[in-house]
Design a protein around this ligand. Sequence first.
Ligand code: NDP
Length: 354
Amino acid sequence: MSLAEVHDTAKTLLLAQGFSESHSSAIARTVTAAERDECRHHGLFRIPFYVNGLQSGQASGTEEPTTTWLTDSIVRVDGHRGFSPLALEHGHKPLVERARRHGIAALAVNNTLNVAALWPEVERLADEGLVGFAFVSAIPYVAPFGGTKPVFGTNPMAFAWPRLGKPALVFDQASSMSARGEIQVRLRDGKPLPDGWAIDASGQPTTNPLAALSGAQLPFGEAKGSNIALMVELLAGPLIGDALSFESGEDDKAKTGAPCGGEFVIAIDPSKCMPGGSLEAQTTHAEKLFDLILSQDGTRLPSDRRYQARERSLKQGVDVPTSLVETLKKLSTGALYSNRQSYEGDPISDSNGA
Ligand code: NDP
């Protein structure tokens, strides 16, 4: 598919399913960006999750986000149980404007369902010459280090740094050893998990995907990843008056796997962080570090893979599995998502799980 086809397929389908024009457009833009950068878990593959969220009553497809100011430099966007892309788009401009005015500003996004990657919101900030951070907690799948029961979500955080004349440096990573989708793919393909990814329901290490899904995923880097997951919980939850992962899990009565909760985004204007600051001087300084890293064989910068994929997709379009296209065709007639189950299993069978 060309990227225009990806966008139109997503948008037409979302409209047919009852999403408003503004939600359909924002989700279609997010899904298209993910396909473009070969982040397929968040591309068209995600459409059934959005549809499932709406059909099950977990999500609103029509509520417009509302924006309020908590202080001069903290903006709040309430998504009223809509999906996150539209709420994040609403928050972007005010966040940028206040970060430029005050040097640092924050965006608290509340009551949104987030099944997307975080790099789009921080990359957008870096494109404006700002440093960006984003944090989201999710449904409890991950045990705290030393424990055996899931408490944390896979809790991603993202960071972006602006570069002059080049796309921003961005990383965006879960705090678990693996994405949940990676385990689902191995279950589908009958493959074992690598050691260290998960424990079973009795707390024993397991390489069996099914046992892992009913047990707990493990944080990356033992206590260190566990502490990052803890920080993400606090920033995306209590700090901004939103749910912890276990609370989002309890709220998801239909087990859609689309958690309703918060996202916390921070934007910093580098030029205001030092006397006589200048974006040009500060980013030129940073390039010395990137050059030093890249001078070693085997290294690359985070986001390089995405930018290479982006270049390719803009020229050639993207591959979409036939089985996924068939599912999307049915949904674009406004059909019910035929096998509505949970995030745990079903939609993965409609994709290549890339
Ligand atoms: P990955 O492990 O695939 O990648 C994590 C980061 O590391 C990326 O920024 C990646 O850059 C970078 N990276 C990978 N290899 C290298 C390398 N050799 N050198 C330098 N950097 C490298 O991501 P995760 O599986 O942890 O997360 C996947 C996505 O899932 C994220 O986008 C996250 O936001 C999303 N997610 C969303 C959740 C939600 O609730 N909404 C929950 C959990 C995850 P690059 O992209 O260039 O490969």
